[in-house]
Ligand binder design. Sequence first.
Ligand SMILES: Cc1cc2nc3c(=O)[nH]c(=O)nc-3n(C[C@H](O)[C@H](O)[C@H](O)COP(=O)(O)OP(=O)(O)OC[C@H]3O[C@@H](n4cnc5c(N)ncnc54)[C@H](O)[C@@H]3O)c2cc1C
Length: 398
Amino acid sequence: MDLNFTQEEQAFRTEVRDWLAANLPKDLATITRNDAPLSKKDMLRWQLILHDKGWLTYDWPTEFGGTGWDVVKQFIFEDEMARACAPRLLPFGLKMLAPVLMKFGSKAQQDHYLPRMCDGTDWWCQGYSEPGAGSDLASLKTAAVRDGDHYIVNGQKTWTTLGQHADWIFCLVRTSTEGKRQEGISFLLIDMKTPGIDVRPIRTIDGGHEVNEVFFSDVKVPAENLVGEENKGWTYAKYLLTHERTNIAGVGKSNQELNRLKSLARNQKRGGKPLAEDPLFAARMARVEIALMNMEVTNMRVLADVAGGGAPGSESSMLKILGTEIEQELTDLTRRALGRSAQALTPEVDEPGYNGPHVTPDGFQHAAEVYFNHRKTTIYGGSNEIQKNIITKMITGL
Ligand SMILES: Cc1cc2nc3c(=O)[nH]c(=O)nc-3n(C[C@H](O)[C@H](O)[C@H](O)COP(=O)(O)OP(=O)(O)OC[C@H]3O[C@@H](n4cnc5c(N)ncnc54)[C@H](O)[C@@H]3O)c2cc1C
């Protein structure tokens, strides 16, 4: 196992960095750096720039139009994107549904859906969770009953991220109530414009509208929208979740947040001295930096294993726990460094022509929202308590 980058990999890093410096629109980098909300238009604008370059599907195999980069190059690319403050790519289509379609979808589904998720025609959302079926996902109740060449879907999904913008939703639905609960679940692709679908917003603690409830009443879905075999959806769902969790580690983003925090702590004063010299604050910053360095090495170790033919198992759960705990600590320290000014929720500072007072240091106007918003990270993608159960089961074989 060699954890150093080769000369070729370092040259690749320079190529990516130079390209980002020349092609990442400055306004998008500023929005991302300041943690301000990105509109759907902004997200799609960046997606199309990457698509034109051929780098949008950087983690797809070449047979589906991907770059064919190995995992180390993918890691370098993601790291440079985060360092340059490029907008985060929406994972639901490109990183979650795409691998499922490539492995389990029909040729017709691959040919139809994969190009459309790249050129921005289809915005996807994820319909897994339901009230009463979050951690215990197998207890989901949304029913799909076969009626000739259609399914009739009834039920409710919840926590559907950015579902208000979505053209399509990939859903886990119950197609059988017999036998083991896991064996009666199917994976269905549903057009959000179908009559009978009602999307209702959920307001979150940061004041934003990111998640939704989605209600289905007698929604008619063509049977050809079933992925793989009926009642085998649990297998596809689990495959998708491994991709979702590895994705969540976010080393590059946390490195960038740590650098921002360090410069903030150098400039903020407590008792006439820079906050960075406060022993208690400095100790917490050191602790999170060490945790981040450890996670980066762990991530590299997992990548080296994968490059050597291994598959990530409980490591993806481990990275999910570490990554989200680090993110939460960084947002907490940033909020604390700002002191009272972090409480000032002034959304109007983002509006063009705003001339009023700036009570928070430049670039940190959204620190309070970001802090509150990040309380979600240890819950979504499978809560950290559940990840600990998974790791324990894998290690002890229980
Ligand atoms: C901001 C946000 C965005 C989300 N986006 C989506 C999305 O786009 N699509 C989607 O389908 N879902 C989404 N989710 C749902 C997410 O996957 C679930 O919230 C998560 O799986 C937890 O389920 P739950 O909320 O029902 O909590 P519960 O399962 O009710 O758990 C409550 C608490 O009990 C703990 N717990 C439960 N069972 C156990 C156990 N056996 N052992 C130890 N502890 C346990 C949990 O860890 C948690 O702390 C999102 C959630 C959030 C918060």
